[in-house]
Design a protein around this ligand. Structure first.
Ligand SMILES: [Zn+2]
Length: 338
């Protein structure tokens, strides 16, 4: 099969790789219909997360079950499924509490930028899609696999509920889908921070009520003006840098909630400022598995169109161009068709 391998920072190659096989009784092997490049893949692509061996990339996928192990009971070859970036048993105490991405048996997925994928803990990890998706729905399902599920968790972690004012820091796919999630979870006012016209447009389409294009201290002032000087009830941080996290923290009012879902890099806080802030902090790798059934149902009912974040489509063999477009921010999110 063909698959995407990162050999060194900036060096993406699409190569012939061995076909994955069932190795454990709980495994499934999928033939992938759609995959994509993640903002989090860029940390390694840019050399900011060091690695020493070639990396078989990708953790977002929609596919059809081709083969199952002997203990898999909830799936049948031919089922169309969505999974996420952590495989989980979906049955331990942590999973039952809704934190499948910290499952006691969790396994980090990789290798989904390929034609086929082995998924461990298949019964717990994969969710079957009822019906045959059209193209927009397929894009939506692919978004649900990570960026939509992550935006959804960001809004949950920020305790979004009806009547609340929400600020979203970050205008990548996760931030934009954080806007959509905040709207679906009932937010009254959603302030999206973005400097890019096409991203602002999509934020408005997803339900943003205000756009703040200013950055840094100016951006903070603008949001303060919009929130009567108090800051927001709920802030979703979807970048992961110290600057973005500090901005998000500053914009959260005392007693408010900050949901941080950007993968933290170089973020640091002093205990005393946390102590004095009265800000609720919650975040981490999203338990996407917990949200997949609801998100899939809404997508297949055409209630929402989260797949709008994919603004560039390439064949799998165009992966090097896909990484470049994501890195240079000429695309919001690139879909790869295996
Ligand atoms: Zn578990």
């Amino acid at each position: 099969m063909r698959g995407v391998v990162l050999h060194a920072p900036g060096e993406i190659r699409v190569e012939d790789l061995p076909d994955p096989a069932v190795l454990e009784p709980g495994d499934a092997v999928l033939r992938l219909e759609a995959t994509c490049v993640c903002g989090s893949d860029l940390w390694r692509y840019r050399g900011e997360d060091p690695f020493s061996t070639p990396q078989h990339m990708g953790h977002e996928y929609v596919g059809v079950v081709e083969e199952i192990g002997s203990s898999v009971h909830s799936l049948t070859p031919g089922d169309r499924v969505v999974g996420s970036f952590f495989a989980s048993d979906n049955s331990c105490e942590i999973c039952a509490a809704g934190y499948q991405s910290s499952c006691v048996h969790r396994q980090l997925m990789s290798g989904a930028q390929a034609q086929r994928l082995r998924v461990p803990l298949a019964d717990g990890t994969l969710v079957v899609v009822g019906g045959t998706p059209d193209d927009a729905q397929l894009r939506g399902l692919l978004a649900a696999s990570d960026v939509f599920g992550t935006g959804w968790f960001g809004a949950r972690a920020a305790a979004v509920s009806p009547g609340k004012t929400v600020v979203v820091v970050g205008d990548g796919a996760v931030g934009l889908l954080g806007v959509l999630s905040a709207r679906l979870q009932g937010a009254e006012r959603i302030i999206a921070m973005s400097r890019h016209a096409s991203r602002q447009q999509l934020a408005l389409e997803f339900g943003a009520t205000d756009i703040v294009a200013e950055r840094g201290d100016e951006g903070i002032e603008r949001v303060r003006d919009l929130t009567h000087g108090l800051g927001a009830h709920c802030v979703i941080e979807a970048v992961g840098t110290n600057e973005a996290m500090r901005q998000a923290f500053t914009l959260t009012r005392p007693g408010g909630h900050l949901g941080f879902v950007g993968v933290s890099h170089g973020v640091s806080f002093e205990g005393r400022e946390l102590f004095m802030s009265h800000v609720h902090l919650h975040g981490g790798p999203a338990p996407v598995r917990d949200y997949l059934p609801e998100l899939i149902t809404r997508i297949m009912a055409n209630e929402i169109n989260p797949g709008r974040v994919f603004d560039l489509d390439l064949p799998l063999d165009g992966a090097a161009e896909a990484y470049r477009a994501m890195d240079e921010r000429t695309a919001i999110k690139v879909m790869l068709r295996p």
